[in-house]
Design a binder for this molecule. Structure first.
Ligand code: G3H
Ligand code: 13P
Ligand code: ZN
Length: 323
């Protein structure tokens, strides 16, 4: 058993308490490799921002769980050496089984998500409760999910049945004992969040659902998944240099800024990082076809990520300077 406390990490309890009081959200950035992790911690040290380092089960398989723990340890040492005291949580993103959550807690995660949103309400409650009972023994915080995030391939993605039903949240939170709750208010994962016809703009998020959730569980920490903005600049760069990303759409930054001032305490961003990296790597490959040193294309990609994460902290989630 490796306790996250030995690694210098924190759980999300106090982070969310401060975010709620200060009307901002803590950014949760996914990482799979060294360059992404370096960029996240550099940006968060430079902007003095708390941060949640987020690892999916796919990332865990890709990077290796032992290496991941050592990467998190290394990140904490770099932060300390830089004289920074930014709070950092290591979080499992979209855990789908009790066993995966236990395994992550045992390898040093300070926070886990158990995503039971695909299950029936009662089964979701039971699974989440089981994870909470284990996690709380080790002072690890747990995120649950109610409502299914819309999928672009799904023809009924904008039907009300996919959104979180506010009338279910009190019972879910009370019975499961969860520390934070991801809800569905119109976002979805990936680079294709909304199906838009020519001339149409992105529909607003369902702030009415968020407000009703807040009214029913006042002061409770809410999480927003699928919160990449799918920046046009990166999509254009990717397409300019041989990529083929068509009809992409993300969540406008103003809507995320508004969400961050509400009970939304954690905003999840992965796709924007993928796009920024891909754009810069494609640019190097296209403009300098003789280049074959990975540092010469991963380096610029990492620099771009730093710029992008700083922008998110300063102008989107509002976490800059909140240490
Ligand atoms: O919510 C999903 C995250 O973007 C992680 O994606 O499962 O491909 O690592 P992944
Ligand atoms: P994006 O695909 O919008 O970046 O969402 C990431 C996410 O929700 C990770 O859990
Ligand atoms: Zn997600």
């Amino acid at each position: 058993m490796h306790s996250y406390k030995e690694l210098g990490l924190v759980n999300t309890r106090n982070m969310f308490k401060k975010a709620m009081a200060g009307k901002y959200a803590v950014p949760a950035y996914n990482f799979n490799n060294m360059e992404q992790l370096q960029a996240i911690i550099t940006a968060c040290i430079e902007t003095k921002s708390p941060v949640i380092l987020q690892v999916s089960s796919g990332a865990r398989k890709y990077a290796n769980q032992i290496l991941l723990r050592h990467m998190a340890m290394g990140a904490m040492e770099i932060i300390k050496t830089a004289g920074s005291n930014i709070p950092v949580a290591l979080h499992l993103d979209h855990g789908d089984t009790y066993e995966l959550c236990v395994s992550c807690i045992e390898s040093g995660f300070s926070s886990v998500m158990i995503d039971g949103s695909a299950h029936k309400f009662e089964d979701n409650v039971a699974l989440t409760k089981k994870v909470v009972e284990y996690a709380h023994k080790y002072d690890v915080t747990v995120e649950g999910e109610l409502g299914v995030l819309a999928g672009i391939e799904d023809e009924v993605s904008h039907e009300a049945s996919h959104y979180t039903h506010p009338e279910e949240v009190e019972e879910f939170v009370k019975k499961s004992g969860v520390d934070s709750l991801a809800i569905s208010i119109g976002t979805s994962h990936g680079a294709y969040k909304f199906k838009l016809k020519p001339g149409e703009s992105v529909p607003p998020l369902r702030f009415d659902i968020l407000e009703e959730v807040e009214r029913r569980i006042p002061g409770f920490s809410i999480v927003l998944h699928g919160a990449s903005s799918v920046t046009e600049e990166y999509v254009a760069l990717i397409n300019k240099y041989g990529g083929k990303l068509e009809n992409t759409a993300g969540v406008p930054e103003e809507q995320l800024r508004k969400a961050a001032t509400s009970a939304v305490c954690k905003i999840n961003i992965d796709s924007d990082g993928r796009l920024a990296m891909t754009a810069k790597i494609r640019e190097v490959f296209a403009t300098n076809p003789k280049e074959f040193d990975p540092r010469k294309y991963l380096g610029p990609a990492r620099d771009e990520l730093v710029k992008m994460y700083k922008h998110k902290n300063e102008h989107v989630v509002g976490s800059a300077g909140k240490v």
